[in-house]
Design a protein around this ligand. Structure first.
Ligand code: ATP
Ligand code: PRP
Ligand code: NIO
Ligand code: MG
Length: 556
């Protein structure tokens, strides 16, 4: 991936997508700590924080890392306005000295260094996604917004990837969640990160404009039920697709087709009188969009009305050289109805010689989630595209990822956070992390080492240890070694800044990384845990520091 020369000029990177992301979008305690650091003359102590999560979401063994671009946009533009400083002054106790506000006035992230895994990578618990190195007071202020920007982004991108995994590569996945998302930011974020995680398009127009995500949509039940009768349609004429002739009564032509379908030996028994107000709605939609006609067919009765009405309009369009797009099903048994609809289309293709009519697109929606997609697969279905909203964007199955931000070093001294719960003990030291690939091209293990350790090399045997369980260790001879963290904000280090790629490139990377995972890590039921380990040296150091920091109990 390309890198740009030391580009920490703040004007080079736009601000965060959401203008609410400012230095005030943090918890009050970050300011009280910043003041206390400042008062103690400790605010410029050089701190290293790791941002990571402790457990994969949705019972899985993988997570998609998302939200980095927005973090870098925040860092690049991190400055307090006078107005914001005045508010902090009003908020903190009056005993706080004015010098602190002068300090805030001069604050930016020019002395902060950010290393991060690239957005769209598949990541695992405990491995730092982001390493923030800088003056302790600034790094502390960044904790809340960075965690906020990564938590939902990674969660919803993972949710999207999981829906894609169940639906299969060939299906079109449409994100329809804006109305059910957690507010406007939740809606915009869902559209961006579901696209990143493998969805094909969104119904969210603002997200289409902001991020260039393909926009797709059908129509609603209200459009269908707003029509009362075909007589409402006053302008009934439609040009043929090549402009050579005009059909003066398109509605009549569709009604003629409906009669023909009814008289057909193969289809006649399926339906009788269809709902004429529905036919009127479909005809109006076709007159408005003859090249993009699709119909929501479940307002009244799918098989007795919606499907025959759709077909009558589609055949009338076909007479004029147009090809109808398809239908949407939004209720009922989607497996059964999609199969019935497909049979109906195939019969029309055969009986009336309409090429490819059997392949007419079937979109399904209605409270879909991983489980319903899985159930549909098991039953067999004929759906080509899924429109998914509520469960996807609200992350109904798991509402938060549990990202944390922990101090691992200060003034070159490694720090550890102990806990009764071993999974909550932090891994100290400024570290590097690597992905080790095996013979078959799959990632085998992610390995953390100290910053200055010799990096693992392809073809060389390396001992990988579980960070906390002594007996869990393995020798690995990697076929390929990939360093995971790159420098996304060099601060004053003089390093080269990694470029932020366009969303489409991140999406492609994400899809590629998901595909290269070993299948047993990806399955829904009881996936094999992906290994996360530390070098022998780091293991020894963690346990040395642990013993050093943990007080020895006294029994009486
Ligand atoms: N074949 C299927 N197997 C498993 N789940 C299905 C299948 N078909 C549909 N579903 C799911 O079952 C649920 C049905 O929803 P619900 O009980 O609200 O009925 P409905 O079809 O929406 O009825 P209506 O809207 O007419 O009241 C939805 O979550 C849908 O995704
Ligand atoms: O079901 P979701 O996964 O959230 O997908 C989006 C839903 O939004 C629309 O209708 P809406 O839910 O507003 O009304 P409906 O329930 O009557 O269809 C659409 O018809 C879908 O059903
Ligand atoms: O275009 C659609 O069909 C759509 C969009 C949003 C929500 N439900 C459906
Ligand atoms: Mg609904």
């Amino acid at each position: 991936m390309a890198a740009v020369a030391n580009g920490q000029k703040k004007e080079g990177i736009d601000g965060p997508t959401n203008p609410m992301v400012t230095p005030l979008l943090t918890d009050l305690y970050q300011f009280t700590m910043a003041y206390a650091y400042w008062k103690a003359g400790k605010h410029n102590d050089r701190a290293v924080f790791d941002l990571y999560f402790r457990r994969n979401p949705f019972g899985g063994e993988y997570t998609v890392f998302a939200g980095l671009e927005e973090c870098i946009k925040l860092i690049a533009n991190f400055r307090f306005s006078e107005d914001e400083i005045a508010f902090i002054k009003e908020t903190l106790p009056t005993s706080c000295e004015d010098g602190f506000y002068d300090y805030l006035r001069g604050l930016d992230c020019s002395n902060v260094e950010i290393h991060a895994i690239s957005e769209g990578f598949v990541v695992s618990p405990k491995i730092p996604l982001l390493r923030v190195e800088g003056p302790v007071a600034v790094a502390q202020l960044l904790e809340t917004p960075l965690v906020n920007l990564i938590n939902y982004a990674s969660l919803v991108a993972t949710n999207a990837a999981r829906h894609r995994f169940v639906a299969g590569k060939s299906k079109l996945l449409l994100e329809f969640g804006l109305r059910r998302a957690h507010g406007p930011d939740g809606g915009i974020g869902a559209s961006k990160y579901c696209y990143m995680g493998g969805f094909d398009a969104t119904s969210n127009v603002a997200a289409g404009k902001l991020f260039g995500i393909p926009l797709r949509g059908t129509h609603s039940h209200s459009f269908v039920s707003s029509f009362m009768s075909p007589d409402e349609i006053t302008e009934k004429s439609l040009h043929s697709s090549d402009g050579s002739h005009v059909c003066e009564d398109f509605v009549g032509s569709a009604q003629a087709w409906l009669s023909k379908l009814k008289r057909s030996n193969l289809l006649g028994g399926i339906f009788g009188e269809t709902n004429q107000s529905e036919l009127a709605a479909f005809a109006s939609y076709a007159l408005a969009f003859p090249k993009n006609f699709l119909a929501l067919v479940d307002t009244y009765d799918v098989m007795r009305s919606g499907i025959p009405n759709f077909c009558a309009i589609a055949l009338a369009l076909h007479d004029l050289g147009y090809k109808a797009v398809g239908i949407r099903l939004d209720s009922g048994d989607l497996a059964y109805l999609s199969c019935e609809a497909r049979n109906f289309f195939i019969t029309i293709e055969k009986e009336f010689g309409v090429p490819d009519f059997g392949k007419t697109n079937i979109t399904a929606s209605n409270d879909l989630n991983e489980e319903t997609l899985d159930a549909l697969n098991k039953q067999g279905h004929e759906v080509d595209a899924f429109g998914i909203g509520t469960h996807l964007v609200t992350c109904y199955a798991q509402p938060a990822l549990g990202v944390v931000f922990k101090l691992v070093e200060i003034n070159n001294q490694p720090r550890i956070k102990l806990s009764e719960d071993v999974s909550k003990v932090s891994i100290p030291c400024k570290k590097r992390s690597y992905r080790l690939y095996g013979k078959e091209g799959y990632p085998l293990v992610d390995l953390m080492t100290g910053e200055n350790e010799t990096p693992p090399k392809a073809g060389e045997r390396i001992l990988c240890r579980h960070p906390f369980i002594e007996s869990k260790r393995a020798y690995v001879v990697p076929q390929r070694v990939e360093e995971l963290m790159k420098c996304y904000w060099p601060g004053r280090s003089g390093k080269v800044r990694e470029e932020l790629p366009p969303l489409k490139v991140i999406r492609e990377r994400c899809i590629k990384h998901l595909e290269q995972m070993r299948p047993d890590h990806m399955r829904r039921l009881n996936p094999t845990p992906y290994k996360v380990s530390v070098s022998a040296k780091l293991y020894d150091f963690i346990h040395f520091l642990w013993l050093n920091e943990a007080p020895v109990g006294e029994l009486q």
